[in-house]
Write a protein that binds this ligand. Structure first.
Ligand code: ADP
Ligand code: MG
Length: 271
């Protein structure tokens, strides 16, 4: 597979759900966290952002989430500005740490955004139950976060992010703190969830195998200044399973990603 061809593939703005145009982000101290980023993401894609620490992955997610504003360039989400998209609840956000409230049950944690948004009690209950079933935790609704493993806690935070049915799911290294076996299981579960819900996912990771396994495309980023180095399509067939990781094509794509990272001197990435 030729990475250059992927980068040069014509951009079809018409059917893009997320469109990033010439976006540069310079923080107060003068750090160029992101330089002239261009990216289009179609509805239903699973796009991973990969690169070493400090290459602007979180910055790009924060820009898409309207948590910060770009220094220059523009972002469109379903034809709206990030601010409008945030007000319309277009995205859910999953952080690296589960950030659950310890004094609330699993169920009450998933219902929290719905409470803030003013959903009626019955609707909150119905949605939270459905989301917990979706992540396979319906039997744990009455437990408290400290009674769950790290992987289960992260599933609760995914259920919470999906509770208000956003079309986009932003995930910032959600499984980075988990052991490899738990992570591989959650990867499989996330793919099932993605297929069943039809959400568009933008996923940040340090791990090459994780990116290859999950993604329809991988955005390879490089630091100082943060840049999109290349975009690599992942043509592994769906649905993917544990055996996908053992196919020759999986290793070919992983090598392609590794070489793109090396080109940008992104060494501190899991291989
Ligand atoms: P990544 O998520 O890829 O590790 P970040 O987007 O967090 O990278 O950071 C990109 C660069 O911007 C880094 O050099 C980081 O130190 C800097 N940076 C991130 N957030 C801020 C901030 N709030 N103020 C100043 N510099 C920041
Ligand atoms: Mg980050």
């Amino acid at each position: 597979m030729n990475t250059t061809a992927a980068t040069e593939r014509p951009v079809r703005t018409g059917d893009a759900l997320v469109s990033v145009r010439n976006v540069t982000m310079i923080y107060g101290g003068g750090t160029v966290a992101l330089e002239d980023a261009n990216l289009d993401i179609a509805r239903g894609e699973f796009v991973s952002l990969i690169g070493p620490s400090g290459c602007g992955k979180t910055t790009l997610l924060r820009l898409l989430a309207d948590l910060i504003e770009p220094s220059s360039g523009s972002i469109s989400i379903g034809g709206k500005s990030p601010t409008e998209a945030r007000r319309d609840r277009s995205y859910g956000y999953v952080f690296q740490a589960p950030t659950l409230m310890e004094w609330r049950t699993v169920m009450a944690n998933v219902m929290l955004p719905l409470e803030v948004m003013g959903f009626a009690r019955e609707e909150r209950q119905k949605r939270a139950e459905a989301m917990l079933a979706l992540v396979g935790l319906d039997k744990f609704a009455d437990k408290y976060p400290w009674q769950l493993s790290g992987g289960m806690q992260q599933r609760v935070s995914i259920a919470r992010a999906l509770s208000f049915d956003p079309q986009l799911l932003y995930m910032d290294e959600p499984f980075g703190a988990l052991d490899e076996i738990t992570r591989e299981n959650l990867n499989l579960e996330l793919l099932r969830l993605w297929r069943e819900t039809g959400k568009t996912v933008i996923f940040v990771t340090h791990s090459i195998p994780e990116a290859v396994f999950l993604s329809t495309r991988i955005v390879v980023m490089t630091p100082r200044p943060g840049k999109i180095e290349t975009v690599i399509p992942v043509d592994l067939p769906q649905p993917r399973d544990f055996e996908t990781r053992e196919t020759p094509r999986f290793f070919e794509i992983a090598t392609e990603v590794r070489e793109a990272l090396r080109k940008g001197h992104g060494y501190d990435v899991e291989v």
